[in-house]
Design a binder for this molecule. Structure first.
Ligand code: ZN
Length: 335
């Protein structure tokens, strides 16, 4: 009898042991899965934070490259200039398209590239081209009103927007006599400058957006970060070649108001940055921004215009007669 009980006990113990092992296994598998889920979530979060850091670093690199360009321009080391020399194109309805340019056979005819002094009828007239990048935004309307108030025109290098307010603004820019230029559709450096295919796709998008919304063919471009940016993974000359092939003229700048950097900067500093540099050039192309997060640019604009008018500078929109300002000269790039 006791032997029988002993056998029963052993079976019971074995059964319990098997049960314990089973429970242990389930617990192990569950913990293992949970651990992996946690690791996955942590990794995803890490990737996002790294992406944010990359974006910040990219922005900083652009800013510092812009500062270097500004310094170089001040000391006159770089800043090749050439004439935005071309035929003025005519649209279907026979109106002159001020922003259009036909670069014809591009680089070959360097004999026609005149110096700044040569290209201006009156050497004493200082020409200032105010340019606004990264719009349209809610700020664009304010800037257009200020320009109208002082009866001056400017140039807007626009990015791709979908909302109705922005779609109206593309047209408003042109209808109020200003020049519209392209500044890429996405304005995302990593995507835009990934390859020549990516650049061409983006270019086609912004070109048709401007065509549809503003009702005119656009042959004017500004590279995000400028033609001399140090951020692009692809050699910028590849993109310059594409623009040349399509008869598109790109403009950089030789004066920056300083609103590209993130605040703190004061309205007075923006005014000062422009005024100290326009006196150094016969033709100044001033980099400003009409992005939504740049309210100080709106505050600075009337003061800048008044000061420029006091010194008898001509404030003009870019057109086919404008002396081209390029950090990397298109003519230095072979077709
Ligand atoms: Zn931009």
């Amino acid at each position: 009898m006791s032997k029988k009980n002993q056998g029963l006990d052993e079976r019971l113990t074995r059964k319990k042991r098997v049960q314990r092992i089973k429970t242990g296994l389930v617990f192990f598998v569950f913990t293992w899965m949970l651990a992996w889920m946690l690791i996955s979530v942590t990794l995803i979060a890490k990737v996002h934070s790294l992406q944010a850091q990359i974006d910040t670093i990219t922005e900083n690199m652009i800013r510092s490259s812009q500062q270097v360009e500004q310094q170089e321009n001040q000391t006159g080391k770089s800043n090749p200039v050439q004439k935005y020399e071309t035929q003025t194109q005519t649209d279907d309805d026979g109106q002159k398209n001020g922003s259009a340019a036909d670069t014809k056979d591009g680089t070959a005819d360097t004999g026609n590239q005149l110096s700044v002094a040569d290209t201006n009828d009156d050497e004493n007239v200082r020409k200032v081209y105010l340019t606004f990048d990264d719009g349209p935004s809610a700020n664009t309307a304010h800037i257009l009103d200020i320009l109208d108030q002082y009866q001056v025109k400017a140039t807007f290098f626009v990015t791709g927007r979908e909302d109705e307010a922005a779609l109206n603004m593309y047209k408003e820019i042109v209808d109020r006599g200003n020049t519209i230029g392209m500044h890429s559709y996405s304005h995302k450096y990593s995507e835009l400058y990934e390859s020549t295919e990516a650049f061409e796709q983006d270019l086609a998008l912004i070109q048709s957006r401007v065509q549809e919304a503003a009702g005119q063919e656009c042959k004017l471009y500004r590279f995000p970060g400028g033609s001399s940016n140090l951020v692009s993974n692809t050699d910028m000359t590849e993109f310059i070649r594409i623009l040349k092939q399509k008869g598109i003229t790109y403009f950089d700048w030789n004066v920056a108001c300083g609103d590209a950097t993130s605040e703190p900067y004061t309205t007075e500093e923006l005014v000062e940055n422009v005024m100290k540099d326009v006196v150094k050039h016969h033709t100044s192309v001033v980099l400003m921004h009409d992005a939504e997060n740049k309210p100080k640019t709106i505050e600075a604009l009337p003061v800048i215009i008044e000061k420029l008018q006091q010194m008898d500078a001509q404030i003009l929109p870019i057109d086919s007669n404008t002396t081209v300002i390029q950090h990397v000269a298109a003519d230095s790039v072979e077709d």
